[in-house]
Every structure is written in C-alpha cells, then in structure tokens.
Ligand binder design. Structure first.
Ligand SMILES: [Zn+2]
Length: 85
C-alpha cells in the first residue's frame, strides 16, 4: 500500500516536471518579437519580391525604410521585382 502511494506521488512529481519543461519550451517559443517602430517611422512602400527558387511572389507594403532588406524564402533572399506602372 505504501508502495502504491509512493509511486502515485512519484508519477505526480514526474508529471509536474514534464509540465514545467513543456511550459519553459513554450515560453522560449513565445518570446515576443521586437516591438515595431512607431507608425511614423514606417514607410509605405510597394515592392514585389520573387523567390528565385520556387517563383513565389510577395508584395511588401510597409517597411522601416524605402529600400528594406529582401524577405527570405526557400532559404535564400528574394529578388526585387521591378514593375512598370
Ligand atoms: Zn521559395
């Protein structure tokens, strides 16, 4: 009987430890991203980027400056698409 109580307590302790580890991993993943700069410091841009590996295109509409770093896709930087309008 005492053995059962001990194993139950042991199981609870193990469960608690696993829960704590899970929460610490979750907290690590949920690390807040750096605060975006105030709206006044952002520039409205209209840039298209194309992934040279798979051909996906994205449009950037707001950036921290007029020539922001290209986003990444397929592990490489995307190419700026010059569009005529
Ligand atoms: Zn891609």
């Amino acid at each position: 009987m005492v053995g059962t109580v001990i194993s139950v307590l042991f199981a609870i302790a193990i469960g608690y430890v696993i829960l704590r580890i899970g929460f610490s991993i979750f907290r690590l993943l949920a690390t807040p991203l750096p605060e975006p700069p105030p709206a006044g410091e952002l520039r409205k841009v209209k840039l298209n980027f194309r992934c040279s590996s798979c051909g996906s295109e994205v449009r950037m509409t707001v950036a921290t400056d007029e020539s922001p770093d290209p986003p990444r896709h397929c592990m490489s930087e995307m190419d700026l698409v010059i569009e005529d309008e």
